[in-house]
Design a protein. Structure first.
Lengths: 271, 306
């Protein structure tokens, strides 16, 4: 890998690590991180495809409250670098490289999870330093510690990423080629199923008796392959509006007799 | 007093909004987002309080515990700006009132932010981008990145301005009405889309062959009796269009998956998802489930069933 590529990867990894905690620009999402790493290493196409596959798995990974989800940042950055190494090694075909990187992304996301928990603990003395700066009315001090804390989260990903860049591509490719078919095939089968875990996490956050029927509707509508995701989104939004409107209507006419003009009631409620 | 009222200009508020994006930077297990919150408030504190004691008091006031969803925190900081402005202009706003507003708003708002952003908008935009990206299209990542950030930045700025303008009266509206509706609407849309995603993107395919049937003549393409040359290709293609994929071979092979697909396509996927829901409810770690699924995949591959 060229020196320029490594520098660019370090910058991307730093951004991904910072975003892993900030959760604003989404540089840590596989779709963005893998694409960028593909771009700077000359494997844009494969990077985009890896990003797409990983994104499907990571859809439900979100930090809620103080709970920390599997870390998308390390998973996407490190697995993209491994894919690039395998491709640079020459003999591995791109599909195998992508599939293997996906399987590796999962243990990496756990490693990233522990790293971010360490950083979040290390941030405690940093905010104590901020307290001390506040005590003196030292604005610059508070700003400096805040920026340092963010950079620490960035380094969490950037350091392992740069270290990975120095692994010889031949080793990665050889390891891939040595892998028996049942292992790579089995990991591909497993990779097809793991997305279910992410979706289950989302479902558990939102599910109530009331909304389960909408899950069933989404499931059967999706079997109609003519409907694109955008079309499904339109159906979903319409169902939500219809349901909320009708529910309001039922509530209003329950108490009083209503105005006898259901459409008018709905229109009034929108205002 | 009234003539030299301190006011936060639009550029002060923008500067707070900019810094507010780094809210979670010093997230810690002790007081969570407190450092980032104080960092965001600094431009306002500098503008509103000129003497050192007031500045120190304000900084310490904003180092208290705080934690919410990083985007819906924008209206909270808007209201807090309004409160601090009143206080700087001599109104009786106690420390407890400011902390009370922050704590009072962060809970219910996090309850809206998580389902709306993390569990509806990001899965939808992510799935949309990813489905394009799987085909190798650069449009996928671009769409995801730009759509997300345009929505996010607009939300941060406009809700912060909204909070600043309405001030504390926003807190009355939090528990009932509109907030509840937004959460419910987002949950409905989210569940609908997740249902669709489970069908489309959880792939489970059972390979065992259930039956192999010799088809009757005419149900398959009789390759030996086709005329030679392009005429033969033409006939083969037109027969294929009429017969469908089973017309290619004499024997019709039905896999277990084909049988399942006739019932409901994706039945196994939804079963697996519901199983995962149950396991997660029983406090099984998602990582354990993921690793187990890879193990199942390898075993099933070895046994030749998937």
């Amino acid at each position: 890998m060229s020196a320029l590529s490594i520098v660019l990867i370090a910058i991307i990894a730093l951004l991904a690590g910072m975003e892993g905690i900030l959760d604003e620009f989404q540089f840590h999402q596989p779709l963005v991180a893998c694409t960028l790493i593909g771009l700077v290493t000359g494997h844009l196409q494969e990077g985009v495809m890896l990003g797409g596959s990983l994104q499907m798995i990571a859809l439900g990974w979100a930090n809620v409250g103080a709970a920390v989800a599997p870390d998308a940042a390390l998973a996407s950055v490190a697995s993209a670098i491994i894919m690039v190494l395998a491709l640079d090694g020459g003999t591995a075909d791109s599909q195998t490289a992508i599939t293997t990187s996906i399987a590796l992304a999962v243990p990496l996301s756990v490693a990233g999870l522990f790293l971010t928990m360490i950083c979040r603990t290390l941030a405690i003395p940093l905010v104590h330093a901020m307290d001390a700066a506040a005590e003196k009315g030292n604005f610059k001090g508070i700003e400096m510690w805040q920026i340092l804390a963010i950079l620490m989260q960035g380094a969490r990903i950037a350091i392992p990423a740069v270290a990975l860049c120095f692994v010889s591509p031949e080793i990665v490719t050889d390891a891939l080629n040595m892998m028996p078919e049942w292992l790579s095939g089995g990991m591909a089968v497993g990779g097809g199923m793991v997305a279910a875990v992410g979706y289950a996490m989302v479902i558990n956050m939102m599910a109530t008796k009331e909304v389960w029927p909408f899950f069933a509707l989404g499931f059967v509508f999706a079997a109609i392959s003519e409907l694109t995701l955008i079309a499904l989104g339109v159906i979903g939004v319409s169902l939500a509006l219809l349901y909320l409107g009708l529910k309001d209507l039922a509530k209003n006419s329950g108490g009083s007799a209503g105005t006898g003009d259901p459409l008018g009631d709905i229109l009034n409620d929108y205002e | 007093m009234a003539e030299n009222k301190v006011q936060l200009s639009k550029s002060d508020r923008m500067s707070v909004c900019m810094r507010h994006q780094f809210l979670q930077g010093s997230w810690n297990y002790e007081r969570m987002q407190n450092g980032g919150w104080c960092f965001a408030m600094i431009p306002a504190i500098k503008k509103l309080y000129s003497n050192k004691e007031d500045q120190i008091a304000a900084l310490k006031r904003h180092m208290e515990f705080y934690n919410t969803h990083p985007y819906v925190s924008a209206p909270v900081i808007g209201v807090t700006l309004a409160l601090e402005e009143d206080r700087a202009n001599g109104a009786q706003v106690e420390d407890a009132a400011i902390q009370g507003v922050k704590v009072g708003m962060m809970g219910p708002l996090a309850g809206v932010g998580d389902p709306v952003f993390w569990f509806t908008l990001r899965p939808i935009l992510g799935a949309l981008g990813a489905s394009l990206a799987l085909g190798g299209s650069i449009m996928g990542p671009l769409l995801f990145f730009f759509a997300w950030n345009i929505i996010r930045i607009a939300f941060l700025w406009y809700t912060q301005e909204f909070g600043y303008k309405v001030g504390t009266s926003i807190t009355k509206d939090l528990s009932g009405g509109l907030m509840g509706k937004i959460t419910e609407g987002a949950s409905i849309l989210g569940m609908f889309i997740i249902g669709a995603l489970v069908q489309r993107w959880v792939s489970i395919s059972f390979t065992p062959v259930v039956s192999t049937v010799q088809q009757s003549p005419g149900a398959y393409i009789d390759w030996a009796s086709l005329p030679a040359g392009t005429e033969g290709i033409h006939q083969a293609l037109s027969q294929f269009a009429a017969l469908g994929p089973t017309g290619l071979e004499v024997a019709k092979v039905t896999t277990l998956q084909a049988n399942l697909d006739q019932l409901i396509p994706g039945l196994a996927a939804v079963g697996l998802t519901l199983l995962c829901c149950q396991l997660l409810k029983k406090k099984v770690s998602p990582i354990v489930i993921i690793i187990a699924l890879f193990a199942v995949g390898i075993i099933a591959r070895l046994a030749g069933i998937m």
